[in-house]
Design a binder for this molecule. Structure first.
Ligand code: HPA
Length: 277
């Protein structure tokens, strides 16, 4: 799949409705690496394995769960992706972002995304939360390349405020009230799968990024194209300070993400409860 076709989105949305006749979601949620626990808090009305949804990508190799968890959370109807797709796995940008189209087609006006990321800002600590305020796309890819169907969104979407300012403010307010350290920051996306060189970290910091990761930007581009509001979170799982760099292990990244997960859950639940429809 190299670009989104309206007919495919429609077919996938119909299949979800088939499995979940009771729900009209207003919020779509994409959970990042090690951050899946939030899905356990949803009062579930349907869980739909990705292979049941036409045109949805699914992982044949990995033991990822790969399912949509649909139901209510903090009084709102939500659909959450348990298992997300990364470019480094070999999926196209269109495949990675197809689920966002389906969320929009089903009624979601808001997308909440999270990820585990490397910290470039020397004032941040491991386990801190970053409310994403803006991003830099260094993927060399874009899910919006290709013929544009105006039913999905405009040819040249603007990115003046890709991350909704009011939702950012609410998230930061909730963080303060809950005694959780959260910063506002810029996320830069790279494809991975390797972590970056010292020279690359120095470069990424110099161009204005606070956190670096291998996801999120494709999904956000499609959400903005589709007219959705976006709220994005990074968890700083490792520090990427070029002059004091330590080797990172993926186990360590997962451990830090797991430990910080509760903070993210607290904030997301509160935000959903207080954001209104
Ligand atoms: N670089 C890219 N992605 C990451 C990193 C990193 O240092 N840490 C967690 N995800």
């Amino acid at each position: 799949m190299h670009h989104h076709r309206w007919e495919h989105v429609d077919e996938a949305a119909l299949a979800v409705r088939d499995h979940w006749p009771v729900g009209t979601p207003t919020i779509g949620i994409v959970l990042g690496t090690g951050l899946g626990e939030l899905a356990r808090e949803i009062e579930v009305q349907a869980t739909i394995p990705y292979p049941e949804i036409p045109h949805f990508p699914h992982s044949t190799v990995q033991s990822h769960r790969g399912q949509l968890v649909c139901g209510t959370l903090s009084g709102q109807t939500v659909m959450a992706m348990e298992g997300r797709f990364h470019l480094y796995e070999g999926y196209t940008a269109a495949q990675v972002t197809f689920p966002i189209r389906v969320m929009r087609a089903l009624g979601c006006q808001t997308l909440i995304v999270s990820n585990a990321a490397g910290g470039l800002n020397p004032l941040h600590s491991k386990g801190d939360l970053v409310v994403i305020d803006d991003h830099i796309n260094l993927l060399g890819l874009n899910p919006l390349i290709g013929p544009n169907d105006e039913r999905l969104g405009p040819r040249f979407p603007d990115l003046i405020e890709p991350y909704d300012r009011k939702l950012q403010d609410l998230a930061l307010k909730v963080a303060i009230e809950s005694n959780i350290v959260a910063h506002r920051g810029v996320y830069v996306a790279v494809t991975g799968p390797n972590l970056e060189t010292r020279a690359e970290y120095r470069f990424l910091r110099a161009i204005g990024a606070d956190v670096v990761g291998m996801s999120t930007v494709p999904e956000v581009l499609v959400a903005v194209h589709a007219g959705m509001k976006v709220l994005g979170f990074s968890i700083v799982t490792d520090l990427c300070l070029p002059d004091a760099l330590e080797p990172v292990k993926i186990e360590e990244i997962l451990k830090v993400a797991g430990e910080a997960e509760g903070k993210l859950r607290t904030i997301v639940k509160q935000v959903i409860e207080r954001m209104g429809a």
